[in-house]
Design a protein around this ligand. Structure first.
Ligand code: UD1
Length: 424
């Protein structure tokens, strides 16, 4: 399906230092499951500080299609009204992978959830076995009708569920399925991301009994029903990290207000060196760099390790480092699509299995490049901000999924970035 932003390009003229301040809003990856949780009650649930990005709009579309009333007022999204349908429409399931979060809450609330194979960024096979195995353990009958997953249960029952990998989405799905199940659920080997803590904060305000979020063991005591609530998501650590990556490449000084340094540990440490400086002052993170980057070796992993979502933005930094760097991707098996595009900008990158070796000493120049996934697109934007000359970036539909008007974000800091429309 062709969308409005398929006709748009970012024009980036690199080489300007980035100076100024940025407000870090709620994390996409927290807002999406929090919105999904709203179907667990008929009462209004408000998620505050939501980013204005297409993934959030699409999630609101999923909820509307299920029969919920969705109202947006500024950055607050309120969802109310019970679901009249248990089927996530094909087009929306294809548009947004996070529709998979709806399986747990929907089956819990309506006794049935039907969903076509979900879409999202093409960064690996992205199977659903951990989600579906966990729902089956809670008593759901899982079947397939063509490419549609169907989950049915008159009443979910608490169980011990051991996750073979700490999947973020499966942990969220199963917590949401378990909050109104009969009895106790223990999710063993749960993911620990701050966005899961955000979701549990909301569920607790709605009356759920959950403990252990942020640790590998989450325990949920099922309750008979939930009520409405208002809750804020955690700030977007990946958006904050992307701005830091751009400042590290271009040099400059940026004040990130609203960012939570505690969530950024693994992201911040590779930036720190003789040429960068970071302080936290009254809730504002001040990040300063002279644009000189030391070589680094990074391995991505589940939180609290280096986030896979920062892999591409940070690889853009490694293209400017003063020597050989490496980046090993362990979370998704096919998340290197940006490398072909970075090479068009002059990057010297060799790939062996899931490790990229980047020779940062070669210098980068502007080029015509295409984003083919969200974070890869952010990485290309960071690389273009540091490159000599003009870059033209297409594939903005991916970048717009997770960054709010990325051109305004960077031009407000002095970067020369604009969005132009190209004839169809
Ligand atoms: C979430 C984030 C995404 C981030 C990812 C890892 C949201 C909306 N998205 O995605 O930005 O990159 O966490 O931090 O929060 N897997 C299976 N079977 C499953 C589920 C997952 O094999 O049933 C695999 C995946 O293919 C992947 C790994 O587990 O290789 C991690 O995936 P997961 O943590 O589930 O990522 P998402 O929740 O999809």
């Amino acid at each position: 399906m062709r969308t409005e932003n398929d006709c748009e390009r970012l024009i980036v003229n690199g080489g300007e230092p980035l100076v100024g301040s940025v407000i870090v809003h709620g994390a996409k990856n927290a807002v999406l499951p929090m919105l999904a949780a709203s179907v667990l009650t008929d009462e209004p649930v408000t998620v505050t500080d939501c980013p204005d990005i297409t993934d959030v709009t699409d999630m609101a579309g999923v909820l509307s299609a299920l029969g919920c009333r969705v109202e947006r007022e500024g950055r607050n999204i309120t969802v109310c009204g019970c679901c009249r349908s248990s089927e996530i429409p094909l087009a929306l399931a294809k548009a947004i992978r996070s529709s998979v979060f709806m399986l747990g809450p929907l089956v819990s609330r309506t006794g049935e959830a039907r969903m076509h194979a979900p879409g999202g960024c093409r960064i690996g096979a992205r199977p659903l076995d951990i989600h579906l195995g966990g729902l089956a353990a809670l008593g759901a009958e899982v079947s397939f009708d063509g490419d549609c997953v169907v989950c049915r249960a008159d009443k979910l029952r608490g169980a011990d569920i051991v996750l073979r990998y700490p999947s973020v989405g499966a942990t969220e799905n199963l917590v949401m399925a378990a909050v109104c199940a009969q009895g106790t659920t223990r999710i063993i080997g749960a993911a620990r991301e701050p966005e899961i803590v955000s979701l549990v904060n909301l569920l607790r305000k709605m009356g759920a009994a959950v403990r252990g979020e942020g640790t590998p063991l989450i325990t949920v005591e099922g309750v008979s029903g939930l009520q409405g609530a208002v809750c804020a998501p955690v700030p977007d650590r990946i958006a904050a990290g992307t701005v830091m990556a751009a400042v590290a490449v271009c040099g400059g000084r940026v004040e990130l207000s609203g960012a939570n340094a505690d969530h950024l540990g693994a992201v911040i440490s590779p930036f720190l060196g003789a040429h960068t400086f970071l302080v936290e002052h009254s809730g504002v993170l001040i990040f300063e760099s002279d644009g000189m980057l030391s070589p680094t070796d990074i391995v991505t992993g589940p939180y609290p390790l280096f986030p896979t979502d920062m892999q591409a933005p940070f690889m853009a930094c490694q293209c400017y480092a003063s020597g050989m760097c490496s980046m090993r991707e362990t979370v998704f098996e096919d998340r290197f699509a940006h490398i072909t595009e970075l090479r068009k900008m002059g990057a010297e990158i060799a790939v062996a299995g899931c490790t990229a070796y980047i020779d940062g000493s070669k210098g980068m120049h502007g080029a015509e490049v295409a984003a083919s996934d969200l974070r890869g697109g952010a990485g290309l934007t960071v690389a273009a901000l540091g490159a000599k000359g003009e870059s033209v970036i297409s594939g903005l539909r991916y970048i717009d999924r997770g960054y709010e008007r990325i051109e305004e974000l960077f031009s407000s800091l002095g970067g020369r970035v604009r969005r132009v429309r190209r004839d169809r």
